[in-house]
Write a protein that binds this ligand. Structure first.
Ligand SMILES: *Cc1c(COP(=O)(O)O)cnc(C)c1O
Length: 373
C-alpha cells in the first residue's frame, strides 16, 4: 500500500535508510577490521534482525531477553553485558552467548568460572572515569555511577578469568570523544591490555550521522589493534536506526487556549517517551520551529496527562482536523519504550520497502492491554 493509506498512529520503518546506515557500518568493518555488533535496546524489532545480521558481526544485549531475541533471530556473535546476573539467567546465557561481560569483581568471581567452563569469552566492564557528557543522569562515568569497575576496584578482580574489557561511556558523540575515552582507558588500564585479546568500546558513536570523522575513529582503534594486539568491538545501537523511522499521526481535534492546540491520535508520553523524558524534539515534515512559519501550533497527545505534549511547531498553513502529521527520526527508543499507560492503544508498526511500497507488520488490540496483567 501507499504510505498515505497506512492506518495511524503508525511507526514506519524505512528499509532504504536502514540499509544505508548498515552499509556505512559494513564498509567500516571491511576496511578497519573492527568488529561491529548491533546493540538492541533502542530498536529490538526482530523482524529486521535478519537484514541487520547480513551487514554486522552479531549482537550486543544488556539483558537476558535481548540476548535470547538475538539468539533466535540474528546470526553471528552474541554478547551480553548486564549489571548483575541471576543463576537462572546465567544458565541460559552460557548456552546462547559467546561473550559474557561482568560489571564488578564480585559478579566476575561468582559467575566467571561457570562462563569460562561453558566456553564463553569473559570480560569485565570498566569505568575509566572519563566524563563525556554534561548531564550526570545519563553519564555512566558520573560520580557514584554503579556502571563499570573503576581502576581502584580493578585490583580485586581475578584477571585470570578475563580475556577482554568492555567500556561504554559515550552518547551520540563524534570521534573526538572516542579519542579521549581511549586515551583515558590506556592511561588507567594500559598495563593490563597486552595480556588481553579484545576490547569492546561500547555504543554512543554517532557513526551514521553526516560529518562523522571516521579517520579519527579508525586511528584510535588501530592503536589498540596494533600496539596491544586487541580485537576491537564497537556496539552502536542508535547509529543503526538513525533517521530510519517515521511516526505518522492524524490531527483529531483543534482547541484554542492562548494558542491553537492540535490534539493528535497519538501520545508523546506513551509512544515516544524520549520527548517528555529526555526533551527530545523530533523533526516534523513540513513543521518548523515556533514562529518560523506563519502558523504555530502546540501538538498535544490524546491522553489525560497535562504533560503529554509533542512540542510547538509552525506551519505554512493552519492545521486542519483530519490532517496527517509525520515525525522523522522516530525509530530510536520508540517501540522499545512504548507503553499503554492510561489505556492508550499501541500504534501499528509498518515497513517501507526499498521499492517504497508500505506494509503493516503488526497491529495491537485491547487484548494486548489486558494481557499485561
Ligand atoms: C545503550 C548501550 C549501547 C548502545 O548505545 P547507543 O547510544 O544506542 O549507540 C551499547 N552498549 C551498552 C552497554 C549500552 O548500555
Amino acid at each position: 500500500m501507499l504510505e498515505s493509506e497506512l492506518p495511524t498512529p503508525c511507526y514506519l520503518i524505512d528499509q532504504t535508510k536502514l540499509k544505508q546506515n548498515l552499509t556505512i557500518l559494513e564498509d567500516l568493518r571491511r576496511r578497519s577490521g573492527i568488529k561491529i555488533l548491533f546493540a538492541q535496546k533502542a530498536f529490538s524489532s526482530f523482524p529486521f534482525y535478519q537484514m541487520i545480521s547480513r551487514y554486522l558481526d552479531g549482537a550486543a544485549a544488556t539483558s537476558c531477553y535481548e540476548a535470547e531475541l538475538a539468539h533466535l533471530f540474528l546470526k553471528g556473535e552474541n554478547h551480553v553485558c548486564q549489571t548483575v546476573y541471576e543463576p537462572q539467567e546465567m544458565e541460559t546465557l552460557c548456552a546462547i552467548c559467546d561473550h559474557i561481560v561482568f560489571n564488578s569483581p564480585t559478579q566476575l568471581a561468582k559467575y566467571g568460572p561457570q562462563a569460562r567452563a561453558n566456553g564463553c569469552e569473559v570480560g569485565l566492564r570498566i569505568n575509566p572515569e572519563y566524563r563525556s557528557q554534561k548531564f550526570d543522569d545519563y553519564d555512566p562515568c558520573a560520580p557514584f555511577s554503579r556502571l563499570g569497575t573503576t581502576l581502584s576496584n580493578f585490583s580485586s578482580a581475578d584477571r585470570s578469568l578475563i580475556s577482554g574489557l568492555h567500556v561504554h561511556a559515550l552518547f551520540e558523540q563524534n570521534a573526538g570523544a572516542l579519542e579521549h575515552l581511549v586515551d583515558a582507558v590506556i592511561e588507567k588500564f594500559g598495563d593490563y591490555l597486552p595480556s588481553l585479546s579484545w576490547i569492546n568500546l561500547g555504543g554512543g558513536h554517532h557513526i551514521t550521522r553526516e560529518g562523522y570523522q571516521f579517520e579519527r575513529l579508525e586511528a584510535c582503534c588501530k592503536k589498540l589493534q596494533d600496539q596491544y594486539g586487541l580485537t576491537v568491538y564497537l556496539e552502536p545501537g542508535e547509529a543503526i536506526v538513525w533517521e530510519a523511522g517515521y511516526f505518522i499521526t492524524t490531527v483529531l481535534d483543534i482547541v484554542e487556549n492562548g494558542m491553537p492546540i492540535a490534539i493528535l491520535d497519538a501520545s508523546a508520553v506513551c509512544h515516544a517517551p524520549d520527548i517528555t523524558e529526555l526533551q527530545y524534539r523530533p523533526p516534523l515534515i513540513g513543521g518548523g520551529a515556533p514562529n518560523e512559519l506563519p502558523y504555530t501550533f502546540r501538538l498535544g497527545g490524546r491522553t489525560c496527562l497535562p504533560e503529554d505534549i509533542f512540542g510547538d511547531y509552525s506551519f505554512d498553513h493552519p492545521l486542519e482536523i483530519g490532517e496527517r502529521l509525520v515525525f522523522r527520526d522516530m525509530a530510536i527508543n520508540t517501540l522499545t519504550k512504548a507503553n499503554m499507560y492510561t489505556g492508550i492503544a499501541m500504534p501499528s508498526v509498518a515497513v517501507r520497502a526499498v521499492d517504497n511500497s508500505c506494509r503493516v507488520l503488526r497491529t495491537f488490540s485491547f487484548e494486548d492491554y489486558r494481557n499485561r496483567f
